[in-house]
Design a protein around this ligand. Structure first.
Ligand code: C5P
Length: 218
């Protein structure tokens, strides 16, 4: 049905983005990358010179940036105060800072409202860490994607044009630790979610599996 919502949560680098975009494209659905929203917030805070480990300072300013998310799975992603930050949010600096920003409850509350405004009406694939558990627990299909850390790091490093695999692995695992350990909306497998370990599969195989589940669910 047109109100279909597919929630795709999971660890960093497990293939959530490529899978979510591919599934949305195949099924003619919209797509929302909630990680990009946390990254956009982080990019803006860093640009203001705010110490991202100072939760009070982050909370005091997090209402200020205007964050607009594109929902075309093959189109541009995210705009902050009129600036397309699609590339700027994928730097090492943002990677290292984003999990500190996303623990702050005021940040989560603000982005939660933006996320629900986009999801409302359905027909969308939404990826993140807390979509099935907090943002949209009523989603008709919930996936929890994981992959072997070595496989994840190899994929990410290759995407980044040959970055160092060992340091990429540490960066992914560090984000997972912070994301899983936080008090508000931690990374966790939601009730009713289907666990998919993507390690042995190609992207097309993962997309096929999710599309089959979506057809059964919707
Ligand atoms: O998905 P991506 O790796 O781009 O997400 C970046 C970071 O944003 C995550 O490591 C996490 O700290 C935060 N995030 C979150 N909740 C979401 C999506 C992302 O806390 N729903």
């Amino acid at each position: 049905p047109s109100d279909l919502v597919i929630a795709i949560d999971g660890t960093s680098g497990s293939g959530k983005s490529s899978t979510s975009r591919g599934v949305a494209d195949r099924l003619g659905l919209r797509y929302l990358d909630t990680g990009a929203m946390f990254r956009a917030m982080t990019w803006w805070l860093l640009r203001q010179g705010i110490d991202v480990r100072d939760g009070d300072a982050v909370a005091a300013r997090c209402e200020e940036p205007e964050i607009l998310s594109g929902t075309d799975p093959t189109g541009p992603g995210i705009v902050v105060d009129g600036i397309d930050v699609g590339r700027a949010i994928r730097t090492d600096e943002v990677n290292a800072a984003v999990s500190h920003v996303s623990v702050v409850p005021a940040v989560r509350t603000r982005l939660l409202h933006l996320q629900r405004d986009v999801i409302d009406g359905g027909g969308i694939v939404v990826e993140g860490r807390d979509i099935g558990s907090v943002v949209w627990p009523q989603a008709q299909l919930k996936l929890y994607l994981t992959a072997d850390p070595g496989a994840r790091a190899a994929r990410r490093a290759a995407e980044a044009g040959g970055a160092d695999v060992a340091s990429t692995r540490e960066s992914l695992l560090s984000r997972d630790r912070i994301d899983s350990g936080r008090a508000t909306a931690p990374l966790t497998m939601a009730d009713g979610a289907v666990h998919l370990d993507t390690t042995p599969y190609s992207l097309d195989e993962v997309i096929d599996q999710v599309v089959a589940l979506a057809e059964a669910a919707g």
